[in-house]
Design a protein around this ligand. Structure first.
Ligand SMILES: [Cu+2]
Length: 221
């Protein structure tokens, strides 16, 4: 069953794995809970009597199933944290050495992609700016300085399983490594005004030779 867009990043598979792991465990738990709820209702049809028992919730014996539930919930939570920890650390808290560096600046309602100029350095006078066109080389770690001019936006790259808010006044550096060439959508994932839905950019992942040619072309303009 294909419910996600094609994964085209180095870490997308790990994110998908976490999704299916949590979905699987929660699905099993749901089936058990629904069974425990419906089974007595459907099978116990004794007439009510004066001495109908009810749980007062006093003492350990009365509450033992509640404690079991809390214990199972805690075990499941820590299991998920244990399984997903290394993935999130790698994606969100570490920054592998960069092979290319851009700035992505959100504004109502477009994305400015700023490329380093011929000197190879970002934030110098020869930088090149493109609107909604994000070129990057394949199989290379690309650092993205995510910023905003006005309100909160969010960089969302479904094919990379990547999402990061762009906050005014802050620079947040994240990374991505695309493993497939082609074009992929980048959209804004934070309601940012009337034009939010049109705030889309295209990511063009190219092999390294083509990417070099693209850069040369960008510099000429
Ligand atoms: Cu936006």
């Amino acid at each position: 069953m294909k419910i996600f867009p094609e994964n085209a990043s180095s870490y997308g598979g790990e994110v998908d794995f976490i999704f299916w792991l949590i979905t699987g465990v929660v699905a099993v738990a749901s089936v058990i809970v629904i069974f425990l709820l419906l089974y007595p209702v459907l099978t116990r049809r004794r007439k009510l009597t004066k001495t109908q028992r009810y749980q007062k919730g006093e003492g350990f014996r009365n509450l033992r199933l509640i404690y079991l539930g809390i214990l199972l919930l805690a075990i499941a939570d820590f299991f998920f944290l244990y399984k997903e920890g290394p993935t999130w650390t790698k994606i969100e808290e570490t920054l592998p050495d960069k092979e290319f560096h851009v700035a992505i600046i959100g504004r109502q309602w477009l994305w400015e992609i700023v490329y380093p100029g011929p000197d190879g350095k970002l934030y110098t006078a020869d930088d090149v700016k493109k609107i909604n066109q994000f070129y990057m080389p394949v199989n290379s770690v690309v650092h993205m300085d995510i910023q905003s001019y006005d309100v909160i936006h969010s960089v969302f790259i479904p094919n990379a399983r990547f999402k990061q808010d762009a906050l005014p006044g802050r620079n947040i550096t994240r990374w991505v490594k695309m493993t497939k060439t082609g074009t992929f959508p980048l959209s804004c994932a934070e309601i940012c005004g009337i034009g939010h839905a049109n705030m889309k950019a295209t990511i063009i992942v190219q092999n390294k030779e083509d990417f070099k040619k693209t850069l040369t072309k960008l510099y000429k303009k």
